[in-house]
Ligand binder design. Sequence first.
Ligand SMILES: O=c1ccn([C@@H]2O[C@H](COP(=O)(O)O)[C@@H](O)[C@H]2O)c(=O)[nH]1
Ligand SMILES: [Mg+2]
Length: 216
Amino acid sequence: MMARMTSRTVHIGQMCKKNLRVLLDMDQVLADFELGFFQEYRKKYPEYPYIEMKDRVGFFVKDQYEKMFSSVPNIGNAVANIYNAKKFFLNLPEIEGAVDAAKKLAKMEGVDVFICTSPIEKYKYCLPEKYEWVHKHLGPEWVARIILTKDKTMVNGHLLIDDRVDIIGAIERPSWEHVVFSANHNMKADIGKRRRLDNWTNGDWKELIEDFKMRI
Ligand SMILES: O=c1ccn([C@@H]2O[C@H](COP(=O)(O)O)[C@@H](O)[C@H]2O)c(=O)[nH]1
Ligand SMILES: [Mg+2]
């Protein structure tokens, strides 16, 4: 009997080799949320206190600002005003080398790439702008690769590259293995036995992918 061929599966004799499904987070993996925030905040509130990017600790910018500058009235609102503003997500700069690496990754044999990203609570601008960002930086064909979800544990993949350390949701044991993408905010976090990917520029990502390809 002839084996049915799909674009996602390679059949070699009796062997059936699946493609590696890679989920790329967007903010702080492809798009530089922290740099975008810092630049806009300094521009909009030059008189307000600020945290140097190298001193960022913890995932949520607002939490650290509110804790550090608790005597400054409305500092939390000032912070939120930045990332809830129109064009914030659209104008985020690229993480160095991310676009080039993502394109190369997508061309690798035996790899399927998706962008797995969570919308911000006030989603009005964030949602379309995330699509526009992908269209603008990666190209129209990448729009179909976007998976928007608040719960990444529900997404099926082999590998999730994400800067957030605490990715929790409905599924206790997600299908993917989490590789922590290094960011200032997570450098002091306990990541247990998880691996890190420090950047897109030194070529380590290729080794990581080859390693995962061997394991599926
Ligand atoms: O300080 C922050 C940093 C990020 N966010 C939002 O959280 C999600 C995270 O998305 P990922 O897909 O996990 O990168 C995103 O909507 C950020 O904008 C935040 O609210 N505050
Ligand atoms: Mg992120």
